[in-house]
Design a protein around this ligand. Structure first.
Ligand SMILES: *[C@@H]1O[C@H](CO)[C@@H](O)[C@H](O)[C@H]1NC(C)=O
Length: 289
């Protein structure tokens, strides 16, 4: 009697992992910190004008986040002007977007203090700002990536992943307003572009992220790639992407939960974390003047 077939080696640890995490991550958790990027230079602020402008910028962005998923604005004038933006994940409601973005100013102050540029990425939203004249990095610059430590052993996984990620490229183009989430043969995928990217630029950005995910994370059962102006994530569920949540969160809730779990996996068990401070060289140049 008993179990006649041992579960496949790829299935067992991942199911264990997911069930452990599902109990510790709530479905409405979209405010978990994913990463931060802080410039290595602080503003010279004897008059306090930069701090004032940054405070005003944060206030405006937080208030706009109750009405839209993206906005970009500038506070202050000339040399002391600071430009910033926020982007919420496309499946968040206005209230959740506002709730998410509201967490960032304090975090940014705590994590980056008064650096001349900063970016804080939470599960459901991000914000970034830079002072006037700061050298902008390219939209497809890699900021952060994580490849799950569990690898798929079955043949054909990479083809399946390729097709699933192909859906993101198609999806962000197709009237999705720069956001796509879906699943393809048990692979949950998500893509999000920054709000002012045109449809063509969004697709190009997502393509870069997909190439990166395939080359760097290709056999991991989960991965996330954050570029300057878009990000993607995927998770393979050997028993199918969960479609019903016990808390009855509906489709939207499920997507959030899945995303939250992905981050839980990465935070708890994350190996292969790479954080690249792209702002560094730009800061060096300014210092050299
Ligand atoms: C940002 O919000 C302001 C005020 O609500 C609005 O006038 C403006 O069009 C928005 N900008 C973008 C890029 O959405």
């Amino acid at each position: 009697m008993g179990i006649s077939f041992p579960p496949s080696p790829a299935t067992l640890p991942s199911l264990l992992l997911l069930s452990l995490l599902a109990t510790t991550v709530s479905s409405s958790d979209y405010t978990t910190l994913v990463y931060k990027g802080c410039a290595d230079q602080k503003f010279q602020d004897p008059t306090g004008v930069y701090s004032q402008n940054l405070k005003a910028l944060f206030k405006t962005l937080v208030s706009q986040s109750s009405a839209a998923k993206f906005n970009k604005t500038t506070s202050g004038e000339a040399q002391s002007a600071i430009t910033g933006l926020f982007q919420c994940r496309g499946d968040l409601s206005n209230d959740d977007c506002n709730d998410c973005v509201s967490k960032i100013p304090d975090l940014s102050r705590k994590l980056c203090d008064s650096t001349i540029a900063a970016r804080v990425q939470l599960t459901g939203c991000y914000m970034r700002y830079e002072v006037s004249g700061f050298n902008q990095v390219s939209g497809t610059e890699l900021l952060y990536k994580v490849c799950g430590s569990i690898r798929a052993s079955g043949a054909g996984f990479e083809d399946r992943l390729g097709s699933a990620l192909g859906e993101v490229e198609k999806g962000v183009a197709g009237g999705g307003n720069g956001f796509y989430t879906g699943s393809y043969e048990s692979v949950f995928v998500l893509g999000q572009c920054e709000g002012d990217l045109g449809s063509g630029d969004c697709v190009d950005c997502v393509k870069s992220a997909v190439d990166r995910a395939k080359s760097d994370c290709g056999t991991s059962i989960s991965g996330q790639v954050y570029l300057q102006m878009c990000y993607i994530s995927y998770t393979y569920y050997p028993n199918g992407v969960p479609s019903k949540s016990p808390s009855g969160g509906g489709t939207k809730g499920n997507a959030q939960k899945t995303v939250a779990i992905v981050v839980g996996v990465l935070a708890g068990f994350g190996l292969g974390i790479a954080c690249i401070m792209v702002l560094k060289s730009a800061c060096k140049k300014r210092e050299g003047k």
